[in-house]
Design a protein around this ligand. Structure first.
Ligand code: SF4
Ligand code: SF4
Length: 242
């Protein structure tokens, strides 16, 4: 049996992780509705409107409601969770919803601190080389100075010629991948992604030295699920084992 990976977070660390999750994606309205209901004990509710990126927030017994959308809605819920009087049980219940995995109250064996243990679900992940992340995600500005320095050290001019540069507001050089050497425009797809038709998979031709952003994807089960990675899906894993 595969053992389950988990991480321990103190209440403050869990709060930070939950806020970071809310800020990372477009407003997760159904999730927010559930969380607001739980932490307000049902006194505050959120009403979604079809195809809108926001929601009405209301209080039980009050007719007036407030419309919030986009970052304002995210800020509202972040402020609400900061003001909540947390206990490990409530935090575990919120974390399991936010990170779409099992979470439970626990005590850190080293410090004796109370918090939550979150099962990462990463032991069930297996890349089936569908190529979705390479083709659909917006990672182009996330190449790092370290990536570029590594390629320079290794003399990988084949990679470096696809790296664009520009100056940031603070005068520092920022990098962008993958920029066509001939037109200096963003390439339609990564030049190092190759289809293996006989196996029906996509292969990274610079796998051993690919950028950190590619190596680290997906950073969590939630990240994979939110960005369309099928690697947590049993069918995808099965196809990989063939
Ligand atoms: S989307 Fe997921 S399964 Fe598909 S190639 Fe990327 S990491 Fe692998
Ligand atoms: S470098 Fe490799 S992993 Fe990254 S986008 Fe290109 S093919 Fe995909």
């Amino acid at each position: 049996m595969v053992s389950k990976e988990s991480i321990f977070l103190s209440i403050d660390q869990a709060l930070e992780a939950v806020s970071a999750d809310f800020q990372q994606y477009e407003p997760q309205i159904l999730l927010f509705a559930e969380i607001i209901r739980l932490i307000s004990g049902g006194n505050i509710f959120l009403k979604k409107e079809t195809q809108k990126n926001g929601a009405w927030i209301g209080k039980v017994g009050q007719r007036k409601m407030q419309w919030l959308d986009g970052p304002d809605l995210v800020t509202y819920i972040c402020n609400m969770i900061v003001a909540t009087d947390w206990n490990p049980e409530l935090m575990a219940s919120i974390c399991s919803r936010v990170f779409r995995t099992h979470a439970f109250p626990d005590v850190d064996s080293a410090s004796g601190q109370a918090g939550v243990r979150i099962e990462t679900g990463m032991e069930t992940y297996c890349c089936c080389q569908c190529g979705q992340c390479c083709q659909a995600l917006e990672y182009h500005d996330q190449v790092t100075v370290k990536d570029v320095e590594r390629w320079q050290r290794l003399g990988r001019t084949d990679i470096l010629k696809w790296v664009g540069t520009h100056k940031k507001g603070n005068g520092r050089t920022a990098y962008r991948i993958w920029i066509r050497p001939d037109t200096k425009e963003l390439a339609e797809t990564c030049p190092f992604l190759q289809k293996n038709s006989s196996k029906n998979i996509w292969v990274c031709n610079i796998h051993d030295v690919k950028p950190a952003i590619c190596r680290q994807y997906p950073v969590s089960r939630k990240h994979g699920l939110m960005t369309g990675c099928p690697g947590f899906n049993a069918q995808c894993r099965k196809s990989r084992k063939k």
